[in-house]
Each structure stands twice: as C-alpha cells, then as structure tokens.
Design a protein around this ligand. Structure first.
Ligand code: G6P
Length: 608
C-alpha cells in the first residue's frame, strides 16, 4: 500500500533508492517516482506501471546525488498517471514529498491553499502536503513539516526534501509504518525493513506523531510538538537471503515450499517434545488475564481472517470458551460490546493492516486484553498489543499469503494447548491436541513432492471461468482460503462455502463445466461430505477431491483425487490447503498472470 524509501549518506543515491524501492514493490505497483537534488535543483522523475519503467527512464545517466526519496504507489486518490505519481512538489519545485496514507481533510486544505494562490497539478491528497510545507517554510524543513502536519487530519508516513536544506530528509508518521535505518555514515527511511536490509540491520521504529530528521552525519527523532524522543535501536533478525527468490520463479512458489521449515521455526523452542505442553514467552505477563478470560473475539482481514476461523473451532472445542471471529473492518465501526474478561486476538501477517489495527485499538479502548499474532517483528499491531505470539516465518513477499496462513493455524494450535494447560484441562483426554504438530513439517514436505500431479490438474482446469470450493468443520476455512487464492492470483471467479450450504444457492451454478473442489478428509464430517459430493455428481459437476491417503471410497466418486497424509482432525487444514495453494499458483502461471503482484491488490493494506 505505497512504499517509501529515503536515503542520505556518502554513496550515489539513485541506485540505492531504486534497489530499495524494488524490495517494496509488493506494497504497490501502479506507478513510481523519485526526487533528489543536484546542483541545487530539484530533479523529479516519474513513471506509470512497474518500477522497471522508472528505472528505464533513469538508466544511462551519471547521477552525483547522495540523497533522495523514492515511492511506489497503489492509487487511492486519483488514477495511476504520471501526474498523480509521487513525489509531489510545491509551486517553486523546491520541496518534494512522498506519502503513504490518506489525508482526510484534503478537500478543505486544497481549496484553502488554492485561495492563497497555490497551483495544483495532480488529483492526489498528497500534493497538499508539499504546498502546506511550502507555506510554513521559513528556512528549516523540519519546522515546516511539523507546522504543516498540525493542519492535517488522516494517516500518513511521509518523507520530504528541500533544495534549501539539501542532504536532509524529514520523515513523519501517523498511522502508516515508517522505519529509520541506521547504517555506517548513511541513514534510511523506509516503509519496511526489507528496503534497507542490504545496508543495515539496525533500525528504529517510528511511533505515531513522531518525526525523524536524517543527514549524512546524524539522525534525530522528535514528536511533532518538537520534543526530542530517545528511541531504542533494534536489530532486525531477517537476512538478505530471506528477501530473495532463491532460485524460484516467484516469491509465492518459494513461500509455498518454505512451509515445512517455516512451521518448524514457528514451533521451535515452544513445544515440549515429551509432554506436548507449550511455552509462549510473549504471553508470560498476561497469563492471569488469559486464565480468567470468558470470551475471545478474533479480528483480522483476508487470509488472516480465515486462519482465525480455524482458531475459533480449536478454542471452542478444546478450551470450551466462546469465540467469535470478526472482519476487523466491521468490528471497528459497529460499537462492539466488550464485556469484562474479554480477550481480543488481532491476527495480521504484516502487523500493519489498517482495519485490524483500528479494531484492536477500539477493543483496547473498551478495556479488552489484546493479544496479537503477527509475523513482522516490531510492526504496529505487535507493538501496540498487550501481549503476542510471533510467527517467526521470515518475510512473506508474495501478495497472496501462503506460509503465514499455515503458521497462523500452527500458532492457534499452540495457543489452544497453552490455554488448556493454563486452565487445567487435561490434554490426555484429547489425543488430537498432543504432539502430532511436530510431524506436520514432514507431512507438508511429502505433499510438496507430489507437485507434478497438481501441475497436471492445473493444466486441465486452467481455462475454467468459475470454481466452487467446499469443506466442512475444520476444512470450511480451507475452502474459503482455496477460493481466495485462486481468485486473487488467476482472476478466475471462485467461491468458498461450507459444503452443506451449497444446497442453499451455489448448487444452481453446477453444470458439467464447473469444477467443484471438495476438501473431503477422513474426519468427523466425512460421511456428510460424501453426500454433498453425490449431490454435485448427480448434477454433472466435475469433482476434485482432496482426500486422506488410503481412502478408496472416494475414487469412484471424484473425477480427480489428490491424497494428503493422515493427521489429527484439528491439524488437517494445514495439510489440505497446500494442494490448493499449488493449484492456484500453477493455474495462474499457466494463464500468464503475475502471481507475485496480482492486479489491484497490495500486500499490506495500510488504508481502510
Ligand atoms: C491483503 C493481502 C492478503 C492478506 C490481507 C491481510 O489483502 O493481499 O494476503 O491476507 O491483506 O493482511 P495481514 O497482513 O493483516 O495478514
């Protein structure tokens, strides 16, 4: 959802900025632009489309600048055109600004600035920032930025430069992530750590209403009220290999294949090999609240919301606590009831999704204990929650989430067992919730060895226009996730449903051209799923079944079967989703889609 990189240091800046922004391209990819100062003149270049288009315009030039700002855009206000691409400049082309977020009072500010004589050339909300800074500029960029931001309502992560203060970048944050990277005689401003990881692992996470000023010699952080803040420098544990494709054609494929190792990392040091009991260090100070919790509300968006549904099933079955799963965007606006002893779990891979963050803040303000399940260490949701559990799966870059989904389910499994121990619920009576989780990485590995079968299936169905995914119980969320994966990256219309609900509508769609993907695992609802398969077959539907190894009964009913290893019922979603991820991936590739950057989507949705 827009990416920002700023650099000041002793090296040639344009290349560093381009390399950095390419790492953030997953955040937005409809246009991009760069601004830097050379010989006292503001230079600005922009291009529509991928960053490669901007790079083409810059290639062959011998740049001498050692500072600048760059941006990749995901359009919110104004179409993706060159005029609307960032950076935006003031009337005199002396100030340039890049921005992530939404200025809510921009209509009002724009007409006020127009009355004062400012000329606008774009349709964006961001352009008002350049003019507001111009209006307040009296020789000192940070003072002008502070004054400008006092007039602004909305969310922002910004970086600004001025020809009057060359070699200085002023950045500010409210609601959109911004990180200060501290290198050796060089400093970075980035939307996420991957953009500066090649140069430094030392970072400061800016807080809301905070600004950072970087020059080649030093950095400073302050509040927007000009009060210095003294921030801890933190070390990022990711390394550069983790943000490379590592020989895979796409990040998504790499991330699908990383799942055995990723889940192993999620569990590392948390599962007792002998007893199966669980240690979750991030919850230590909130055990009392978790022990006495009377209700759990899970808030999330997209794939994380699907993982939340599996969490609901697990926690209700084994901990016997009422759980609701809410779309964060709905929860935040409907004045939810938070009773005493309510725990809200916010799930977000990125830890920056605007709706999830707002839902979490709403819950906190009403007195709930908030637990986060995030992947990105130091992300806003992780930092603002009372306690949390990290996924520890390394960066997920492909826009369609894969390894985060299976890791989130793994975390729910660990958390369920943790809650059972906390509340003295005997795990021995539930063989399902024991040490079986430890065998899951190996079982995923086994599924991945059968990828060729999925490629063949993808070849058969790649031209379909619609697909229906059906599952029950623990595999109902997998049906939703399978359908989401396919529509996100292949643009095939796909719907996920609880299998029994098919009779209440989707059955009308079934004909000989309609592939219906059943997650038909040998579990407690297996008999019911067989009935649903019959219903599809009797209407000439094409059935693809994800089945349990050794299940011969399905062979005569399904047109295609893909077998996955046996595991306890509660863990089946982790295995059954793998073939669906691969199916979506291969169908999308065969249709010529850009799976890592699907049209109109962004990885980290930092606006509502
Ligand atoms: C976007 C991404 C999805 C993701 C969702 C929630 O829509 O494209 O892949 O599931 O946001 O993201 P989060 O980072 O909060 O899990």
């Amino acid at each position: 959802m827009c990416g920002i990189v700023g650099y000041v240091g002793c090296k040639e800046a344009v290349k560093i900025l381009l390399d950095g922004i390419k790492r953030l391209e997953y955040r937005g990819y409809d246009s991009s632009g760069i601004a830097f100062i050379e010989d006292g003149i503001m230079k600005c270049e922009k291009a529509v489309g991928r960053i490669a288009e901007l790079e083409k315009k810059l290639l062959g030039n011998n740049f001498r600048t050692q500072s600048g700002i760059i941006h990749t855009r995901w359009a919110t206000h104004g179409a993706p055109t060159t005029e609307n691409a960032h950076p935006h400049t003031d009337c005199n082309n002396e100030i340039a600004v890049v921005h992530n977020g939404i200025i809510e009072n921009y209509h009002y500010l724009k007409s006020k600035l127009e009355q004062e004589g400012h000329i606008f050339i774009s349709e964006t909300d961001t352009e008002i920032l350049a003019h507001l800074i111009e209006k307040h500029f009296h020789g000192n960029l940070e003072m002008a930025v502070m004054e400008a931001l006092k007039e602004v309502e909305g969310t922002y992560g910004i970086a600004a430069i001025s020809t009057k203060n060359p070699q200085k970048i002023v950045a500010a944050r409210k609601g959109s992530p911004l990180i200060l990277g501290i290198g050796n005689q060089e400093y970075f401003i980035t939307s996420d750590v991957s953009a500066s990881l090649e140069h430094t692992r030392d970072v400061i996470y800016l807080d809301d209403n905070e600004i950072a000023i970087i020059t080649p010699d030093t950095y400073e952080t302050k509040t927007i009220q000009n009060i210095p803040t003294y921030k801890k420098v933190e070390e990022v544990l990711w390394n550069i290999d983790m943000i490379e494709k590592g020989g895979y054609e796409h990040f998504m494929l790499k991330e699908i294949h990383e799942q055995p190792q990723a889940l192993y990392n999620t569990m590392r040091g948390r599962v007792d090999n002998t007893t199966g009991s669980i240690k979750l260090g991030g919850l230590i100070n909130f055990e009392k609240e978790l022990r006495k919790a009377r209700r759990i509300i899970i808030v999330a968006c997209g794939t994380s919301w699907h993982a939340g549904l599996t969490g609901e099933y697990m926690l209700e079955e084994f901990v016997r606590i009422p759980v609701e799963v809410e779309y964060a965007s709905e929860f935040r606006y409907r004045n939810p009831i938070i009773e005493r002893d309510t725990v809200v779990i916010a799930i977000s891979q990125s830890g920056e999704t605007a709706d999830t963050l707002a839902a979490m803040r709403e819950a906190k303000s009403k007195g709930a204990t908030v637990l986060s399940i995030c992947n990105v260490v130091g992300s806003t949701i992780a930092r603002e929650a009372d306690c949390g559990i990290y996924l520890h799966i390394g960066p997920e870059i492909g826009v369609a989430s894969t390894k985060a989904f299976t890791a989130q389910i793994t975390v729910f499994y660990l958390f369920t067992r943790f809650m059972m121990d906390l509340r003295n619920i005997s795990a021995s009576t539930h063989s399902d919730i024991g040490k079986e989780i430890l065998s899951i990485p190996e079982k995923i590995q086994h599924i991945l060895t059968m990828e060729e079968d999925i490629v063949e299936l993808a070849g058969i169905y790649k031209d379909t226009e619609h697909a229906l995914y059906l599952g029950r119980g623990y595999n109902y969320p997998v049906a939703l996730e399978g359908a989401l994966k396919l529509k996100e990256i292949s643009y095939i219309h796909a719907e996920g449903y609880p299998a029994a609900e098919m009779k209440h509508g989707p059955i009308a769609l079934i004909n000989k051209d309609m592939p219906v993907i059943f997650i038909a695992i040998k579990d407690s609802v297996y008999g019911k799923i067989l009935n649903n398969i019959e219903e599809v077959k009797s209407r000439s539907g094409r059935v693809i079944a994800i089945a349990t190894e050794g299940d011969n009964q399905l062979a005569e009913k399904a047109d295609h079967i893909f077998y996955i290893p046996r595991t306890s019922e509660v863990l089946t979603p982790i295995l059954s989703v793998i073939p669906l991820q691969l199916l979506a991936y291969h169908m999308a590739v065969m249709r010529g889609c850009d799976v890592d950057k699907p049209r109109n989507l962004a990885k980290s949705v930092t606006v509502e």
